[in-house]
Design a protein around this ligand. Structure first.
Ligand code: HEC
Length: 175
């Protein structure tokens, strides 16, 4: 076989494989085999892929915004606690409160952001809160909240790790 016809065979095989995989992709989509219901947990492989993609994206795009100098002021932490209670607790939960029907129903479920073991790095949290997480229930709050407000949420998430019910209740009403 001449070099030329060998190259032609390789190219034809590659094109055939490409067409076949595109066809297989469409067959998968239109077959309805993939169960999209949110009532059962994701397949562990799908869950792993989604989570790794999220973490890699967060570390690639997030963490570049610069926090205000007074980030950890009591005023910011309190404002963050109030907004957390009215807007975030329904999905992420709050100490001593049952999780709302929304929080119980979403898949993947929202992590408990106030757990003592969390890192809650403010610039990374800022990015997630501002831009949301596509294909999950996490909304992009940058569409409705100012950067200052989002920084206040990050201050509360950082200082609120491991918070007790009494501390939480006191913080969210204080002004
Ligand atoms: C409708 C439900 C819902 C609401 C309301 C919501 N979130 Fe989320 N949030 C989620 C879900 C689901 C995830 C997990 C996304 C994933 O699996 O990658 C998430 C993820 C996050 C993360 C990333 C956590 C991590 O470990 O990287 C942060 C930070 C966050 N949310 C903050 C907030 C804040 C602050 C608010 C309120 C202003 C809020 N969320 C409101 C559903 C919600």
């Amino acid at each position: 076989m001449s070099t030329r016809s060998r190259i032609a065979t390789v190219v034809a095989t590659a094109v055939a494989l490409l067409v076949l995989s595109i066809a297989a992709g469409f067959a998968f989509i239109y077959s309805g085999i993939y169960n999209v219901s949110a009532s059962s947990k994701d397949n562990p492989i799908v869950a792993w892929m989604l989570h790794r993609t999220y973490e890699a994206s967060l570390h690639r795009y997030g963490g570049k915004d610069v926090a205000p100098a007074d980030l950890m002021s009591l005023e910011n932490i309190r404002a963050g606690a109030r907004l957390y209670d009215s807007t975030c607790a329904l999905c992420h939960g709050a100490p001593g409160q049952p999780l709302s029907p929304v929080g119980q129903g979403i898949q993947p479920s929202a992590p408990s952001l106030l757990a003592a073991t969390r890192r809650n790095n403010p610039p990374l949290m800022f990015w997630v809160i501002k831009h949301g997480v596509n294909m999950t229930a996490m909304p992009a709050f940058g569409k409705t909240q100012s950067d200052d407000t989002i920084w206040q949420l990050t201050a509360f998430l950082y200082k609120g790790r491991g918070i007790t019910k009494d501390q939480y209740d006191a913080l969210k009403v204080a002004n």
